[in-house]
Design a protein around this ligand. Structure first.
Ligand SMILES: Cc1cc2nc3c(=O)[nH]c(=O)nc-3n(C[C@H](O)[C@H](O)[C@H](O)COP(=O)(O)O)c2cc1C
Length: 734
């Protein structure tokens, strides 16, 4: 919803906002230039200033001081009205008082688009659109960063999206201030607010006398020029006329014969607020702030450009769902938990099938779960993937906690379909946890939980049939998976290991693809990556990708993975056949849960076999020499010591502090968990001091490492579960 609120004002008012922001940024320069070029009188009183100017121009009618300090005098000469900027020290003219024609034109453009009232209404609409964009944009930035406190946390994603958010982070405060003050000024220019003109000065009887020199008038002597706004002189032919003095503190009338203060009125609170808002918007009186706001306004063209690119590029990972009914009107609520987008494709197929049978269906991410909004709902269908160790995918964050806390919506039945991969130990574990929690909370289940393996259209169709039966209808779900956008990667080198120990393994290095700039800008390129992210490889003859942890980051200039050949593995078999120059179709998937991070905390890396891949990437990227202890398990050092030479080099130059190996096919077989126990005291000490543990490898190895670590940490009162909760124990397990 908030995204829609952000998108449409931006698209509709984009051009108007460009004109307003660019003209505003240019206008912000004038108060600063004027301030620099004005002579600032030192401790001068209004009486002295008026006397000096009157000495040169006896017919002076008014003296004005601008917030920049510039003094302008107005007088008539032979019946002709004259005005000039004056030197307060000499009372002489120093420059023309006429505003720069370009400034005048720019001001009219900014205030009214060179039209009158219609233009002013349009600029007010522009200011309102800017306010909506700034508020919704701030909420979106906070969401993306993971909370308001993480406002400046590092970003990932397409270049255009990152640039858009980076600029917004800096500019949003200025844009909020500019749009609120602009709205106030528009409203007051239409007399909507109570500021109006300064409160009327009541006429007071003067003495009827004339001729007192300005230099002798007490009130003028007591008013420093720095507080002066204007001083109007009385008509020399009219004894009843008075001096009018306007200062920062109020307005008064002075008797021209005695200098006595006849009336005095101070500005109301509204006028005070109005003057402050005017100053904040124009920078008149606060030139430095004006320059800062002007600079922030320059972010608007950049954000408009990147915002348009993002809108135009759309979200390729998520298919468009046509005819999505509002949550409050739908009988069927379809909640989707997805990270890579493929589950959204299944949801779109289900949505289309149910809509075709006349149902009103609302599809939304699981993170938006809000039963109170589902006023007409009769059923909630949940389609969700599983990630990591039974974790929720990105669009389902917080769902389980919410399910546990909201009251059960009695007439609404629920069904859960899990998407996963049987090769993971926690097969569809998150979907299963959702179904179990719902049942335990007392939700009525429409059909029992079912799992879809590797995005199987057959599994999906089977679930559709049982769902249809429960709903008393025929539901044929024919799903054609949408293939991810893949890039051909060219193999540049390969190193083979492990044949002698029945573990054929290869380190494959590919050239990174270089799609053209116009594809990269909206995020349709290969993307930026670091070690620990995933390479999705699409084998020939299959629509389902296999994922490999990356052993390199984009700064290395190549893409590297470690592959073990499985006896009947389609993908590993094809990868193993590759020779330099051959290509494979692949795409990038971020895996932020398994990044080494940029902090200086020591790392304890534990890996076996191909699990060394991302760990090698962490060491290669360890330019700052943070302490890294590696525990590496292999079969035999003569056969599958992956990265053996590099490890030696990294140890020599400090990128790796300590290496412990365990070999399972030597005369004294040992495993990484044994190596860990061997150095238990040192590990416990490092963990107590803040070290982070990262484990990569097979499920059994990871289970053994977790058990060993539990024993090692027992005396310290810490457990792997506690460390996991703090993000100090992470696994990439396969
Ligand atoms: C990094 C990663 C971790 C995964 N972890 C699991 C898992 O623990 N259990 C499971 O059943 N499937 C796991 N899967 C498979 C996904 O759940 C499955 O491919 C799903 O269809 C992806 O849906 P999505 O594209 O909508 O995110 C994992 C996939 C990846 C890429």
């Amino acid at each position: 919803m908030i995204r829609v609120v952000h998108r449409w004002p931006g698209l509709l008012a984009g051009l108007l906002l460009l004109v307003l922001s660019l003209s505003g940024a240019l206008l912000s320069l004038f108060p600063a230039i004027e301030r620099l070029s004005s002579v600032q009188p030192a401790a001068l009183s209004t009486a002295e200033l008026a006397e000096r100017i009157q000495a040169v121009h006896p017919e002076v009618e008014q003296i004005r001081r601008r917030p920049s300090g510039r003094i302008t005098a107005y007088w008539s000469e032979n019946g002709v009205a004259r005005a000039a900027a004056m030197d307060p020290a000499s009372g002489r003219e120093i420059a023309s008082a006429d505003p720069n024609p370009f400034e005048r034109w720019l001001t009219r453009l900014h205030r009214s688009l060179l039209f009158d009232d219609a233009g002013r209404i349009l600029t007010a609409v522009g200011a309102a659109a800017m306010l909506v964009l700034a508020v919704s944009g701030a909420v979106l930035v906070a969401r993306r960063a993971g909370g308001w406190r993480r406002w400046f946390s590092p970003l990932r994603g397409p270049f255009a999206a990152r640039l858009h958010v980076e600029i917004a982070r800096i500019a949003v405060a200025g844009l909020l201030l500019s749009s609120v003050t602009a709205l106030w000024m528009s409203a007051s220019s239409f007399d909507r607010l109570l500021d109006g003109a300064p409160s009327a000065v009541t006429e007071a009887e003067g003495s009827g006398r004339m001729g007192m020199p300005v230099a002798d008038m007490d009130m003028l002597k007591r008013t420093p020029v720095s507080e002066l706004r204007s001083l109007s002189f009385p008509d020399p032919a009219d004894a009843a006329d008075v001096f009018t003095l306007k200062t920062d503190r109020g307005i008064g009338h002075l008797d021209q014969g005695t200098g006595a203060l006849l009336t005095w009125s101070e500005p109301s609170a509204w006028q005070g607020v109005s003057a402050t808002l005017y100053m904040l918007h124009t920078g008149r009186g606060a030139a430095a702030l004006g320059l800062i706001l002007g600079f922030m306004a320059l972010g608007v063209p950049a954000m408009a450009g990147t915002g348009f690119v993002l809108w135009f590029a759309g979200r390729p990972a998520r298919p468009r769902i046509r005819g999505n009914v509002a949550a409050g009107r739908a009988e069927t609520i379809l909640l989707v938990g997805s990270e890579g987008g493929s589950t959204w494709g299944f949801a779109a197929t289900l949505h289309a099938a149910l809509s075709a049978s006349g149902q009103a269906v609302h599809a939304a991410p699981m993170s938006s779960f809000e039963p109170a909004r589902y006023r007409q709902a009769r059923r909630i269908l949940i389609l969700t993937a599983t990630y990591g160790d039974g974790d929720a995918p990105a669009s389902a964050r917080g769902f389980l906690d919410r399910l546990k806390s909201v009251p059960v919506a009695a007439p609404v039945a629920l069904a859960v379909l899990g998407f996963g991969d049987r090769s993971f130990p926690g097969y569809c574990a998150f979907g299963r946890a959702v179904a179990e929690t719902a049942e335990a909370r007392g939700w009525c289940m429409l059909v029992p939980f079912m799992a879809v393996n590797r995005q199987s259209p057959q599994d999906f169709a089977r679930w559709g049939r049982s769902l249809g039966a429960a709903m008393g209808m025929t539901l044929d779900l024919v799903h054609h998976p949408v293939l991810p956008a893949v890039f051909p990667l060219r193999l540049v080198s390969r190193r083979d290991y492990g044949a002698e120990v029945q573990a054929p393994t290869a380190i494959l290095r590919f050239d990174p693809p270089k799609p053209p700039f116009w594809l990269r800008l909206p995020g349709r390129g290969f993307g930026r990556f670091v070690a620990g992210d995933l390479l999705g490889v699409l084998p020939e003859g299959s629509a389902v990708a296999r994922f490999y942890s990356l052993a390199s980051g984009c700064r290395d200039g190549f893409i590297e993975i470690v592959v073990r050949k499985h006896p009947a593995g389609l993908c590993s078999g094809q990868l193993f056949e590759l020779q330099p120059g051959d290509t494979v179709n692949a795409f990038l998937r971020q895996n932020s849960g398994f990044h080494a991070g940029r902090d200086a905390a020591p790392l304890i890396l534990v890996g076996a076999g191909t699990g060394i891949g991302p760990l090698a990437g962490f060491m290669r990227a360890n330019a700052r020499r943070r302490p890294i202890h590696l525990f590496f398990g292999m079969r035999h050092p003569d056969s599958d010591f992956l990265y053996g030479e590099e490890l030696e080099g990294w140890r020599r130059n400090g990128q790796l502090q300590q290496l412990a190996t365990a070999c399972s096919r030597t005369r004294q077989p040992s495993y990484v968990q044994d190596a860990l126990r061997g150095e238990g005291a040192e590990i416990a000490c490092m963990v107590r001091k803040g070290a982070r543990v990262m484990v990569c490898g097979g499920y059994e190895m990871a289970a053994g490492v977790s058990a060993a670590l539990a024993d090692i940490l027992a005396p310290t009162g810490l457990t792997p579960a506690l460390l996991r909760a703090e993000g100090r124990y992470v696994e990439d397990v396969f």
